[in-house]
Design a protein around this ligand. Structure first.
Ligand code: BDP
Length: 583
């Protein structure tokens, strides 16, 4: 799943803009031929969630249609042409000139279908995409289930704490490639003294034998070697003398180009290694702290739609607080964002959308397992060449019905362990070069941490438990971290800790929901962590306030644990983070 590129051999046409749109609550569009044009269209921005573009679509999650006409450039004749959707939530079907060309299940990951044979070269073509985002117990993440853990109900009925934004969330792109094209590239980097090693595997779309070459370029020179394709596959190993290694402090990127007789592809690569040793994470052989945030793709009006100015701003704000890391909670973020992370030197925990998995019903478990495996495959295929991605996270807060450590005897705990171990094994099998983890829920079975390279813990001491009693909460945190370390002897990242805070609400004393409470809560957590050399990172929940579902827990439907507001104004806590991280 290579990102589309424009060069001497390839072309692309980004169809971002205003599309025709129509909801289809009665699912009559297909029968009425809406793929040839809508009956009652209104304008809708792509990329963007539909929910915040119209008040009367806020809670609409059913089927809807997007339609857009486009010409295909004559210069693309003789090439193979694909239609690619960066992501759409949740189930999409693509039609081209009235022909159904394919469907994709699952949000947050790209999909592409070939349209070469359907193209009309002399006239305009019509693209139609139907998208549907119903909440179902069989989906990942799941919805419309009985309320977990006896929590109050919420609307829409998700099992997770973010708004189930719907629609085409990332660009729709047409791209052309030559008849015989570079279909996949895998780059694995290593360090050998002062030199960098780069192992490149290239797969063509056809089982042909042909010559090519691969080169790595930087300001000091070029390392180049031949690629000899046999049955469409070629491998090469390059050495970069006195390499500049990629890191969070110095995110140096090399241009790696692959050239065949017919095609050309350029990747920006960072040469680095990632490993664990005892209680530490090692980047290029040296201990590194992964400090930063859990985040969301979320903003006013664009919802979960790609918002490039916001990306740049968020990176700048994260850096301003001294952060060097974040988790793509709770789903894969855009490819544009991963490219920025490579360039800006962020260390990413890359997560599939497996939020709040439950293990209650065998038929559902089987379907969810299939979807999680698909998501791991698609995510690793998409992100395997990003220097920034250092860890795969296969689940966030999987849970058993009874939340306590005694839940080990619960049959759901054993089923959950099988499920999660299968996911972690899959990620390792596909990519043995990165770390693998899952983010654990407070009180969840500790056996689930067994296969993690790094123990990632979401903990709310001082908020959901011992709220308002920070002194006691921090003692409990201290003790829990100690016992988890004693149990596993693995590095620990606290991947969530946070306190809802109404921006501008102050209090003396510092009661819950005030800016003072959040500031002290975060200060207290960072102080506890600083005393423990097995803590490999602290990630605050959340970078910014974000849209959640309506419930008695979320005033105005907003989760307010951000250290920035949804509009990106800092709360007091952002300054506390600067004291610790930006020194
Ligand atoms: C954690 C979840 C996260 C929530 C957070 C919270 O992983 O998605 O938003 O709690 O309650 O349990 O704020």
């Amino acid at each position: 799943m290579l990102y589309p590129q424009q060069n001497l051999f390839r072309n692309k046409l980004d169809l971002s803009g205003i599309w025709d749109f129509q909801p289809d609550p009665d699912q009559k569009g297909e029968q009425k031929g809406w793929y040839n044009g809508l009956e009652d269209a209104r304008p809708m921005a792509v990329p963007g969630s539909w929910n915040e573009q119209y008040e009367n679509l806020y809670n609409y999650l059913g089927l809807a249609w997007y339609v857009k006409p486009t010409f295909i450039p004559q210069s693309w004749r003789g090439h193979r042409v694909f239609l690619r959707v960066g992501s759409a939530c949740y189930f999409s079907t693509v039609y081209f000139n009235g022909v159904k060309i394919g469907s994709h299940d699952g949000g947050h990951l790209p999909f592409a279908f070939e349209i070469t044979d359907q193209i009309l070269w002399e006239t305009e073509n019509l693209i139609a995409i139907s998208v549907e985002n119903e909440l179902k117990p069989t989906r990942v993440p799941a919805g419309n289930m009985s309320t977990p853990l006896g929590l109050p109900s919420s609307f829409p009925p998700t099992t997770y704490d973010f708004f189930p934004f719907a629609g085409i969330h990332r660009p729709v792109v047409l791209y052309s490639v030559p008849q015989t094209y570079i279909e996949d590239v895998t780059v694995v980097t290593g360090i050998d003294g002062a030199n960098g090693t780069v192992q490149v595997t290239v797969r063509l779309n056809a089982a042909v034998s042909a010559p090519g070459f691969v080169q790595i370029k930087n300001s000091d020179g070029i390392a180049k070697t031949k690629l000899v394709f046999q049955e469409g596959l070629a491998e090469a190993q390059l050495t970069v003398p006195n390499a500049k290694f990629w890191s969070d402090k110095s995110p140096y990127l090399y241009d790696l180009t692959i050239q065949t007789e017919q095609d050309h592809y350029l990747l920006k690569i960072g040469i680095r290694t990632i490993a664990v040793q005892g209680g530490q994470i090692l980047l290029n052989g040296k201990p590194v702290q992964m400090n930063g945030y859990g985040r969301h793709e979320d903003f006013i009006a664009s919802g979960k739609g790609l918002n490039q100015p916001l990306l740049v701003k968020d990176y700048q704000l994260m850096r301003w607080t001294g952060a060097n890391s974040y988790r793509t909670s709770h789903y894969p973020y855009s490819e544009e964002e991963m490219q920025l992370a490579d360039r800006e030197g962020f260390l990413i925990i890359d997560e599939i959308p497996a939020v709040s998995l439950q293990f209650e019903n065998d038929a559902y478990i089987a379907l969810r397992l299939r979807m999680c495996m698909q998501q791991i495959d698609e995510l690793i295929a998409r992100d395997k060449n990003h220097a920034s991605v250092v860890m795969w996270c296969v689940a966030n807060e999987p849970m058993t019905p009874k939340l306590n450590l005694a839940a080990q005897d619960d049959p759901a705990a054993a089923k959950g362990k099988d499920f999660l171990d299968t996911l972690m094994r899959r990620a390792r099998e596909l990519d043995p070069t990165r770390l693998v983890t899952l983010a654990t829920l407070m009180g969840g079975p500790d056996s689930w941490m067994e296969l993690c390279d790094v123990v990632c813990m979401n903990r709310y001491w001082g908020w959901y438990i011992l709220g308002g009693e920070l002194d006691k909460a921090l003692v409990a945190l201290d003790q829990e971290l100690h016992s988890v370390w004693e149990a596993w002897h693995k590095p620990i990242i606290v991947t969530e800790f946070g306190a809802d805070t109404i921006a501008g609400m102050h209090g003396h004393p510092d009661v819950m929901w005030t800016e003072e409470y959040q500031a002290e809560y975060i200060r207290g957590h960072l102080k506890v962590a600083a005393q423990k050399d097995y803590i490999a990172g602290m990630q605050v929940w959340n970078f910014a306030d974000f849209a959640a579902v309506q419930s008695v827990m979320r005033a105005g439907g907003i989760n307010m644990k951000g250290v920035f507001t949804r509009g990106r104004t800092p709360k007091m806590a952002a300054h506390v983070l600067r004291e610790f991280w930006a020194k």
